[in-house]
Design a protein around this ligand. Structure first.
Ligand code: NAP
Length: 283
């Protein structure tokens, strides 16, 4: 069997086109959707992520305001800046690029963002809303994964989904989203015993660990949907996921590639959250 590819690039393109149309409609009403992006310090990976976010915003007509601060910035100064952005009605979304320098408590910083502007969906109010089934901003990566499942018309109800990885930004919210769709969810982590026995029963597997070749063909039920969130480098320095793509694609029914899978969807969902924040503010 050869799995069908879930093309994150193509799906993200459709989503961006929708965001562009919604941006145009808002601008026609005199509203300019605006995302404030805060980067503290000069972490090389963060600089690349932020650049992508600014470019993605500009390409879809959103106004991205990048604010850069030195690594030595005091936490109180950052909190004051966030409070000012919270009060600024011209700003609809606020994103603080993580990780922050060690003198800052990232939880405290994220909690300072107004939940209605928390387009990363990391604020406890938004995490809680997801938990109890209320409206709120969902974290971009798991939301992008869910959109990928929707794009193939996959019926989650009653299916067994195994999520590997329990971080607050990927694994846990992913589990909640799948549960909300009435899947039966097994959330795995580093202390999980016999991971292979669990994944072998799964209809859907979401791998979000950060370990190359964590999921191999023997661990996958024929026909399963495999979503690869991982971002790693192979021996040649090429980007790869957590899934042994070459092996698993012969067993799975559907599979996401790395690159070109979850990554572009994560980026697209940030734009969706920003446009939704703007539309909500404009209502
Ligand atoms: P994280 O915070 O480091 O969490 C990793 C999770 O994997 C933890 O829950 C850990 O368990 C679990 N784990 C570690 N070894 C394991 C094993 N052998 N078996 C089962 N579970 C194991 O990472 P993250 O931020 O969620 O990111 C995960 C991966 O996704 C990384 O490669 C990251 O780069 C990638 N990512 C990609 C995107 C994208 O847009 N494509 C976005 C976000 C993240 P414990 O909790 O027990 O330690």
């Amino acid at each position: 069997m050869t799995a069908q590819l879930i093309d994150g690039n193509a799906l993200a393109r459709q989503i961006r086109a929708d965001v562009r149309a919604r941006t145009t409609a808002l601008k026609a009403r005199g509203i300019e959707p605006t995302l404030a992006i805060i980067l503290v310090g000069d972490d090389p990976a963060s600089q690349i992520y932020v650049k992508h976010k600014v470019n993605d915003s500009s390409e879809t007509g959103l106004n991205a305001r990048l604010e850069r601060y030195p690594a030595a910035m005091a936490e109180n100064d950052l909190l004051a800046r966030i409070h000012a952005l919270n009060a600024d009605t011209a700003v609809h979304g606020i994103l603080v690029q993580l990780p922050l320098p060690p003198q800052m408590d990232s939880h405290k910083v994220i909690e300072a963002i107004a939940p209605a502007k928390d387009v990363d969906g990391f604020h406890v109010s938004n995490a809680g809303a997801l938990m109890v089934g209320q409206r709120g901003f969902w974290p971009c990566t798991p939301h992008g994964c869910l959109k990928m499942l929707d794009s193939i018309g996959y019926p989650l109800r009653g299916k067994h989904a195994v999520v590997i990885g329990r971080s607050n930004i990927v694994g846990k919210p992913m589990a909640m989203m799948l549960l909300a769709r009435s899947a039966t969810v097994t959330l795995c982590h580093s202390a999980t015993r016999d991971l292979a026995a669990l994944t072998a029963q799964a209809d859907v597997i979401v791998a979000a660990v950060g370990k190359r070749n964590l999921l191999t063909a023997e661990m996958v039920k024929p026909g399963a949907v495999v979503i690869d969130v991982g971002m790693n480098r192979n021996d040649a320095g090429k980007l790869c996921g957590d899934v042994d793509f070459e092996g698993v694609k012969n067993v799975a029914g559907w599979i996401t590639p790395v690159p070109g899978g979850v990554g572009p969807m994560t980026r697209a969902m940030l734009l969706v959250n920003t446009i939704e924040a703007t539309e909500a503010a404009a209502r």
